[in-house]
Design a protein around this ligand. Structure first.
Ligand code: AHN
Ligand code: ZN
Length: 335
Protein backbone atom coordinates (compact mmCIF):
# COMPACT_ATOMS: atom_id res chain seq x y z
CA UNK A 1 0.00 0.00 0.00
CA UNK A 2 2.63 2.52 1.08
CA UNK A 3 4.79 1.49 -1.83
CA UNK A 4 1.98 2.01 -4.30
CA UNK A 5 1.40 5.52 -3.05
CA UNK A 6 5.07 6.39 -3.23
CA UNK A 7 5.43 5.00 -6.72
CA UNK A 8 2.78 7.37 -7.96
CA UNK A 9 4.54 10.66 -8.70
CA UNK A 10 1.28 12.61 -8.74
CA UNK A 11 0.50 11.65 -5.19
CA UNK A 12 3.99 12.09 -3.85
CA UNK A 13 3.56 15.56 -2.39
CA UNK A 14 0.41 14.50 -0.65
CA UNK A 15 2.14 11.44 0.67
CA UNK A 16 5.28 13.06 2.01
CA UNK A 17 3.84 14.50 5.20
CA UNK A 18 1.74 11.46 5.91
CA UNK A 19 4.62 9.05 5.50
CA UNK A 20 7.44 11.09 6.93
CA UNK A 21 7.85 8.64 9.79
CA UNK A 22 7.38 5.59 7.59
CA UNK A 23 10.57 5.84 5.54
CA UNK A 24 9.11 5.11 2.13
CA UNK A 25 10.89 3.33 -0.66
CA UNK A 26 13.02 4.98 -3.31
CA UNK A 27 11.63 7.51 -5.72
CA UNK A 28 13.77 9.70 -7.96
CA UNK A 29 13.25 12.57 -5.55
CA UNK A 30 14.30 10.48 -2.60
CA UNK A 31 17.40 8.95 -4.13
CA UNK A 32 18.69 12.49 -4.69
CA UNK A 33 18.06 13.26 -1.05
CA UNK A 34 21.00 12.70 1.30
CA UNK A 35 18.68 11.14 3.87
CA UNK A 36 17.57 8.47 1.45
CA UNK A 37 20.14 5.93 2.66
CA UNK A 38 18.28 5.47 5.93
CA UNK A 39 14.98 5.84 4.08
CA UNK A 40 15.15 2.42 2.50
CA UNK A 41 14.12 0.52 5.59
CA UNK A 42 10.83 -1.34 5.40
CA UNK A 43 8.28 0.21 7.81
CA UNK A 44 6.62 -3.14 8.59
CA UNK A 45 7.83 -4.36 12.01
CA UNK A 46 8.59 -8.03 12.63
CA UNK A 47 7.52 -8.69 16.22
CA UNK A 48 10.02 -10.55 18.43
CA UNK A 49 7.27 -11.23 21.00
CA UNK A 50 4.93 -12.73 18.45
CA UNK A 51 7.69 -14.92 17.01
CA UNK A 52 8.67 -16.05 20.53
CA UNK A 53 5.05 -16.97 21.24
CA UNK A 54 5.11 -19.10 18.07
CA UNK A 55 8.24 -20.91 19.36
CA UNK A 56 6.49 -21.63 22.69
CA UNK A 57 3.27 -22.76 21.00
CA UNK A 58 5.13 -25.40 18.98
CA UNK A 59 7.19 -26.62 21.95
CA UNK A 60 4.06 -26.88 24.12
CA UNK A 61 3.10 -29.94 22.03
CA UNK A 62 6.34 -31.65 23.08
CA UNK A 63 9.16 -32.81 20.79
CA UNK A 64 7.68 -32.99 17.25
CA UNK A 65 9.38 -36.26 16.37
CA UNK A 66 7.98 -37.93 13.20
CA UNK A 67 5.11 -40.37 13.86
CA UNK A 68 4.50 -39.00 17.39
CA UNK A 69 1.28 -37.51 18.73
CA UNK A 70 3.03 -34.17 19.35
CA UNK A 71 4.08 -34.14 15.69
CA UNK A 72 0.52 -34.79 14.51
CA UNK A 73 -0.97 -32.11 16.77
CA UNK A 74 1.64 -29.50 15.90
CA UNK A 75 1.15 -30.20 12.18
CA UNK A 76 -2.57 -29.51 12.61
CA UNK A 77 -1.74 -26.32 14.52
CA UNK A 78 0.55 -25.04 11.75
CA UNK A 79 -2.05 -25.73 9.05
CA UNK A 80 -4.80 -23.99 11.06
CA UNK A 81 -2.64 -20.99 11.93
CA UNK A 82 -1.57 -20.32 8.32
CA UNK A 83 -5.20 -20.71 7.16
CA UNK A 84 -6.35 -18.29 9.88
CA UNK A 85 -3.85 -15.79 8.46
CA UNK A 86 -5.60 -16.06 5.10
CA UNK A 87 -2.93 -18.08 3.33
CA UNK A 88 -3.66 -21.00 1.00
CA UNK A 89 -2.36 -24.19 2.58
CA UNK A 90 -1.43 -27.38 0.76
CA UNK A 91 -0.26 -30.42 2.67
CA UNK A 92 1.94 -33.09 1.23
CA UNK A 93 1.41 -36.26 3.23
CA UNK A 94 3.44 -39.23 2.15
CA UNK A 95 5.18 -42.19 3.70
CA UNK A 96 8.95 -42.09 3.39
CA UNK A 97 11.28 -44.90 4.42
CA UNK A 98 14.19 -43.66 6.54
CA UNK A 99 17.74 -45.06 6.83
CA UNK A 100 16.65 -47.43 9.64
CA UNK A 101 13.79 -48.91 7.58
CA UNK A 102 11.17 -47.01 9.58
CA UNK A 103 8.27 -45.59 7.57
CA UNK A 104 7.86 -41.92 8.46
CA UNK A 105 4.47 -40.30 7.91
CA UNK A 106 6.06 -37.24 6.35
CA UNK A 107 4.02 -34.05 6.26
CA UNK A 108 5.31 -31.05 4.28
CA UNK A 109 3.14 -27.96 4.87
CA UNK A 110 3.07 -25.24 2.22
CA UNK A 111 1.37 -21.89 2.96
CA UNK A 112 1.02 -19.65 -0.07
CA UNK A 113 0.43 -15.93 -0.42
CA UNK A 114 -1.10 -14.99 -3.78
CA UNK A 115 -0.86 -18.53 -5.20
CA UNK A 116 -2.10 -17.26 -8.58
CA UNK A 117 1.10 -15.31 -9.30
CA UNK A 118 3.80 -17.07 -11.30
CA UNK A 119 6.68 -14.94 -9.98
CA UNK A 120 7.39 -16.36 -6.51
CA UNK A 121 9.80 -16.35 -3.56
CA UNK A 122 10.14 -19.37 -1.30
CA UNK A 123 10.98 -19.14 2.41
CA UNK A 124 11.37 -22.42 4.29
CA UNK A 125 12.39 -24.17 7.50
CA UNK A 126 12.10 -27.68 8.94
CA UNK A 127 9.45 -28.28 11.59
CA UNK A 128 10.32 -31.79 12.82
CA UNK A 129 12.48 -32.55 15.85
CA UNK A 130 15.42 -34.89 16.14
CA UNK A 131 14.51 -38.13 17.95
CA UNK A 132 17.95 -38.38 19.56
CA UNK A 133 19.81 -35.78 21.65
CA UNK A 134 23.05 -37.42 20.58
CA UNK A 135 25.22 -34.35 21.16
CA UNK A 136 24.24 -33.99 24.83
CA UNK A 137 27.15 -34.02 27.27
CA UNK A 138 25.20 -36.58 29.32
CA UNK A 139 25.44 -39.82 27.37
CA UNK A 140 22.44 -41.27 29.21
CA UNK A 141 20.26 -38.68 27.44
CA UNK A 142 21.41 -39.52 23.90
CA UNK A 143 18.26 -41.55 23.15
CA UNK A 144 15.92 -38.83 24.44
CA UNK A 145 14.25 -36.57 21.87
CA UNK A 146 15.26 -32.95 21.23
CA UNK A 147 12.66 -30.27 22.03
CA UNK A 148 13.90 -28.30 19.04
CA UNK A 149 13.10 -24.77 20.21
CA UNK A 150 15.96 -23.56 18.06
CA UNK A 151 16.43 -26.61 15.82
CA UNK A 152 12.95 -26.62 14.27
CA UNK A 153 10.61 -24.21 16.05
CA UNK A 154 12.67 -21.03 15.53
CA UNK A 155 12.61 -21.10 11.73
CA UNK A 156 8.93 -22.05 11.65
CA UNK A 157 8.14 -19.26 14.16
CA UNK A 158 9.70 -16.78 11.73
CA UNK A 159 7.61 -18.27 8.90
CA UNK A 160 4.45 -17.91 11.02
CA UNK A 161 5.22 -14.29 11.88
CA UNK A 162 5.96 -13.59 8.20
CA UNK A 163 2.59 -15.15 7.37
CA UNK A 164 0.92 -12.69 9.72
CA UNK A 165 2.72 -9.75 8.06
CA UNK A 166 2.59 -10.64 4.36
CA UNK A 167 -0.43 -8.49 3.51
CA UNK A 168 1.26 -5.50 5.20
CA UNK A 169 4.56 -6.11 3.42
CA UNK A 170 2.56 -6.37 0.18
CA UNK A 171 5.36 -7.81 -1.98
CA UNK A 172 4.83 -7.73 -5.73
CA UNK A 173 5.45 -11.46 -6.00
CA UNK A 174 3.80 -14.55 -4.59
CA UNK A 175 5.38 -16.06 -1.47
CA UNK A 176 5.46 -19.69 -0.35
CA UNK A 177 6.22 -20.46 3.29
CA UNK A 178 7.25 -24.12 3.38
CA UNK A 179 7.60 -26.24 6.52
CA UNK A 180 9.64 -29.29 5.60
CA UNK A 181 9.31 -32.46 7.64
CA UNK A 182 11.82 -35.20 8.49
CA UNK A 183 14.93 -33.06 8.19
CA UNK A 184 16.54 -34.18 11.41
CA UNK A 185 16.22 -37.97 11.20
CA UNK A 186 19.86 -38.49 10.20
CA UNK A 187 21.62 -41.56 11.54
CA UNK A 188 22.99 -41.26 15.10
CA UNK A 189 26.59 -42.31 15.76
CA UNK A 190 25.68 -45.69 17.31
CA UNK A 191 23.62 -46.97 14.39
CA UNK A 192 24.42 -48.72 11.15
CA UNK A 193 22.95 -47.79 7.77
CA UNK A 194 22.44 -44.63 5.78
CA UNK A 195 25.20 -42.87 3.87
CA UNK A 196 25.69 -39.95 6.24
CA UNK A 197 24.10 -37.29 4.05
CA UNK A 198 21.00 -38.51 2.17
CA UNK A 199 19.46 -39.80 5.41
CA UNK A 200 18.89 -36.15 6.44
CA UNK A 201 16.44 -33.70 4.79
CA UNK A 202 13.93 -36.37 3.73
CA UNK A 203 10.96 -34.00 3.44
CA UNK A 204 12.79 -31.47 1.31
CA UNK A 205 14.24 -34.23 -0.89
CA UNK A 206 10.71 -35.48 -1.47
CA UNK A 207 9.34 -31.98 -2.23
CA UNK A 208 12.25 -31.19 -4.58
CA UNK A 209 11.37 -34.28 -6.66
CA UNK A 210 7.62 -33.74 -6.43
CA UNK A 211 6.73 -30.09 -5.67
CA UNK A 212 3.24 -29.33 -4.33
CA UNK A 213 2.29 -27.70 -7.65
CA UNK A 214 3.32 -29.32 -10.94
CA UNK A 215 6.08 -27.35 -12.67
CA UNK A 216 6.55 -25.16 -9.60
CA UNK A 217 9.47 -22.80 -9.58
CA UNK A 218 10.56 -19.69 -7.68
CA UNK A 219 13.00 -16.85 -8.30
CA UNK A 220 14.94 -18.02 -5.27
CA UNK A 221 14.58 -19.60 -1.84
CA UNK A 222 15.67 -18.71 1.68
CA UNK A 223 16.08 -21.47 4.28
CA UNK A 224 15.99 -20.58 7.99
CA UNK A 225 17.67 -23.04 10.36
CA UNK A 226 18.40 -22.39 14.04
CA UNK A 227 17.64 -18.70 13.85
CA UNK A 228 16.87 -18.13 17.55
CA UNK A 229 20.15 -18.71 19.39
CA UNK A 230 21.50 -16.19 21.87
CA UNK A 231 24.45 -14.42 20.28
CA UNK A 232 24.01 -16.24 16.97
CA UNK A 233 26.05 -14.99 14.01
CA UNK A 234 25.13 -15.87 10.45
CA UNK A 235 28.09 -16.17 8.09
CA UNK A 236 27.96 -17.01 4.37
CA UNK A 237 27.20 -20.74 4.07
CA UNK A 238 29.23 -22.66 1.47
CA UNK A 239 26.51 -24.30 -0.68
CA UNK A 240 24.58 -21.01 -0.68
CA UNK A 241 27.57 -19.26 -2.25
CA UNK A 242 28.13 -22.14 -4.66
CA UNK A 243 24.54 -22.18 -5.98
CA UNK A 244 23.02 -18.80 -5.16
CA UNK A 245 25.71 -16.19 -4.57
CA UNK A 246 23.58 -13.19 -5.74
CA UNK A 247 20.88 -14.15 -3.24
CA UNK A 248 23.44 -14.29 -0.44
CA UNK A 249 24.45 -10.74 -1.40
CA UNK A 250 20.84 -9.58 -1.51
CA UNK A 251 19.98 -11.02 1.90
CA UNK A 252 23.13 -9.86 3.71
CA UNK A 253 22.67 -6.36 2.25
CA UNK A 254 19.05 -6.39 3.43
CA UNK A 255 20.19 -7.36 6.94
CA UNK A 256 22.51 -4.37 7.02
CA UNK A 257 19.83 -2.04 5.61
CA UNK A 258 17.38 -3.28 8.23
CA UNK A 259 19.89 -2.44 10.97
CA UNK A 260 20.91 -5.99 11.90
CA UNK A 261 24.31 -6.11 10.24
CA UNK A 262 26.05 -7.26 13.40
CA UNK A 263 24.15 -10.57 13.21
CA UNK A 264 25.19 -11.03 9.57
CA UNK A 265 28.98 -10.66 9.24
CA UNK A 266 29.98 -10.57 5.56
CA UNK A 267 32.38 -13.47 5.98
CA UNK A 268 32.56 -17.13 5.01
CA UNK A 269 31.21 -19.82 7.36
CA UNK A 270 31.15 -23.55 6.63
CA UNK A 271 29.30 -25.95 4.33
CA UNK A 272 26.11 -27.40 5.84
CA UNK A 273 24.11 -30.34 4.46
CA UNK A 274 20.65 -28.90 4.92
CA UNK A 275 17.24 -28.57 3.19
CA UNK A 276 18.59 -26.02 0.70
CA UNK A 277 20.84 -28.65 -0.93
CA UNK A 278 17.99 -30.68 -2.53
CA UNK A 279 16.27 -27.42 -3.52
CA UNK A 280 19.43 -26.34 -5.36
CA UNK A 281 20.48 -29.71 -6.75
CA UNK A 282 17.13 -31.39 -7.50
CA UNK A 283 14.53 -28.61 -7.86
CA UNK A 284 17.16 -26.23 -9.28
CA UNK A 285 15.84 -23.29 -7.29
CA UNK A 286 18.74 -21.09 -6.13
CA UNK A 287 18.36 -21.28 -2.35
CA UNK A 288 20.46 -19.97 0.52
CA UNK A 289 20.70 -21.12 4.13
CA UNK A 290 20.63 -18.69 7.06
CA UNK A 291 22.26 -20.84 9.75
CA UNK A 292 24.58 -19.90 12.63
CA UNK A 293 28.25 -20.55 12.25
CA UNK A 294 30.40 -21.67 15.11
CA UNK A 295 34.15 -21.45 14.84
CA UNK A 296 34.52 -24.24 17.40
CA UNK A 297 35.94 -27.57 16.29
CA UNK A 298 33.34 -30.18 15.39
CA UNK A 299 29.93 -29.42 13.98
CA UNK A 300 28.10 -27.62 16.77
CA UNK A 301 25.92 -24.71 15.62
CA UNK A 302 25.13 -23.61 19.17
CA UNK A 303 25.87 -24.92 22.68
CA UNK A 304 22.40 -26.54 22.80
CA UNK A 305 22.43 -28.17 19.35
CA UNK A 306 21.10 -31.76 19.52
CA UNK A 307 20.98 -31.65 23.32
CA UNK A 308 18.07 -31.81 25.77
CA UNK A 309 18.67 -28.10 26.46
CA UNK A 310 17.38 -26.91 23.07
CA UNK A 311 14.36 -25.39 24.85
CA UNK A 312 12.44 -22.07 24.72
CA UNK A 313 14.39 -20.65 27.72
CA UNK A 314 17.45 -20.70 25.48
CA UNK A 315 15.84 -18.75 22.64
CA UNK A 316 16.72 -15.07 22.22
CA UNK A 317 13.77 -13.08 20.81
CA UNK A 318 16.27 -10.49 19.56
CA UNK A 319 17.83 -13.06 17.23
CA UNK A 320 14.41 -14.09 15.85
CA UNK A 321 13.76 -10.41 15.19
CA UNK A 322 17.10 -9.83 13.44
CA UNK A 323 16.45 -12.69 11.03
CA UNK A 324 12.73 -12.01 10.62
CA UNK A 325 13.17 -8.30 9.94
CA UNK A 326 15.86 -9.16 7.40
CA UNK A 327 13.47 -11.41 5.47
CA UNK A 328 10.73 -8.76 5.72
CA UNK A 329 13.20 -6.31 4.16
CA UNK A 330 14.05 -8.75 1.35
CA UNK A 331 10.38 -9.37 0.50
CA UNK A 332 9.55 -5.65 0.65
CA UNK A 333 12.37 -4.84 -1.75
CA UNK A 334 11.11 -7.45 -4.24
CA UNK A 335 9.34 -5.98 -7.26
C1 AHN B 1 24.29 -32.10 9.50
O1 AHN B 1 24.78 -31.88 10.59
C2 AHN B 1 24.60 -33.27 8.67
N1 AHN B 1 23.41 -31.28 9.00
C3 AHN B 1 22.98 -30.14 9.71
C4 AHN B 1 21.59 -29.86 9.32
C5 AHN B 1 20.76 -29.75 10.50
C6 AHN B 1 20.61 -30.63 11.52
N2 AHN B 1 20.00 -28.74 10.75
C7 AHN B 1 19.40 -28.94 11.86
N3 AHN B 1 19.74 -30.08 12.36
ZN1 ZN C 1 19.11 -30.84 13.99
Amino acid sequence: MIKNILKSGALLLLAVGMLAACKGKTTTAETENAESVAAKQCPVVFSADSAMAYVEAQCAFGPRVPNSEAHRQCGDYLVNEFRRQGLTVIEQKDDITAWDGKVLHNRNIIASYKPELTERILVCAHWDCRPWADADKDESRHRDPVMGANDGASGVAVLLELGRLLSQIDPKVGVDLICFDSEDYGRPYWAEGGDGSSDWCLGSQYWARRPHVEGYTARYGILLDMVGGEGARFHYEGYSLQYAQPIVGKVWNAAHTAGFGEYFPMRDGGYVTDDHVPLNEIAQIPTIDIIPFSRDAGSSFSPHWHTVNDTPENIAPATLRAVGQTVVQVLWEEQ
